[in-house]
Design a protein around this ligand. Structure first.
Ligand code: SF4
Length: 241
């Protein structure tokens, strides 16, 4: 099984190349930018915070909608932690409208910002510097932060070796024939982490590649004929007949 997890990664990397996650916005620009081939580069405090905000904004929506909300926050000088924490909730909700569920997300963002301001001297990096298990528990205790969001923040902002599992991961693994459709988040995460070396750079690229596969070929209606995994995917092979 170990080789299957590594083989999947190699196949995806060979086909798609580095995904450059997580995109962050360079100073003086408003649009988040990908950094192909720079997985694992050191992040600034601003970048860590932007990633956490992006992880909340992309809940239940496509990244392009979260990206628009990030751009709006940038344009209005409202992305920085203190600025975001100080906004009126309805102002923040209006700025992030493109991301959907904007009232709920505004509340969640302000909870996170105020928590970091109160308990970590306004620096997300201080929170993320703790042991993985403790940081994860602290994030999960905040409103609206579930396992997928917490793990995204841990991995992409904090560099913790935690494999991010989402609905795309479950869909792909189920179609490959590795797990049942009802496999839970923790079981799926454990499976990846058990069969791969605990390396943040690998987990970073792997999750990004799975998302790329799910949005390019393994969609709700899969495009198996063109998919690079077709020859060894159980669902894809079934499409031959
Ligand atoms: S072959 Fe089809 S079902 Fe299998 S991973 Fe590719 S798109 Fe998904």
């Amino acid at each position: 099984m170990k080789s299957e997890f590594q083989r999947l990664y190699q196949q995806l990397y060979r086909h798609f190349g580095s995904q450059g996650w997580w995109p962050t916005t360079p100073p003086g620009e408003t649009r988040p930018r990908y950094y192909p081939g720079q997985v694992g580069r050191p992040l600034s405090e601003d970048e860590q915070w932007e990633i956490a905000v992006g992880a909340l904004l992309t809940q239940n929506t496509a990244w392009r909608n979260a990206e628009q909300a990030l751009e709006a926050l940038h344009r209005h000088g409202a992305l920085a932690l203190q600025a975001l924490a100080g906004l009126e909730e309805r102002q923040l909700a209006a700025l992030i409208r493109s991301s959907g569920y904007y009232n709920q997300k505004a509340r969640r963002l302000q909870h996170l910002a105020r928590h970091v301001a109160t308990h970590h001297q306004g620096e997300l990096g201080r929170l993320l510097d703790g042991p993985t298990r403790a940081v994860r528990a602290e994030l999960l205790a905040l409103p609206g932060i579930g396992p997928e969001t917490a793990d995204s923040i841990l991995l992409y902002a904090g560099g913790h070796p935690v494999f991010v599992v989402d609905a795309y991961t479950r869909r792909i693994c189920s179609r490959l024939g590795w797990v049942g459709e009802g496999t839970g988040h923790a079981a799926l995460q454990e499976l990846f982490m058990k069969h791969l070396p605990a390396a943040a750079a690998l987990f970073n690229e792997y999750h990004a590649l799975l998302v790329r596969l799910a949005t390019s070929y393994c969609r709700s209606r899969p495009q198996c004929a063109a998919c690079p995994l077709r020859r060894w995917c159980r669902h894809g092979q079934g499409q031959d007949h």
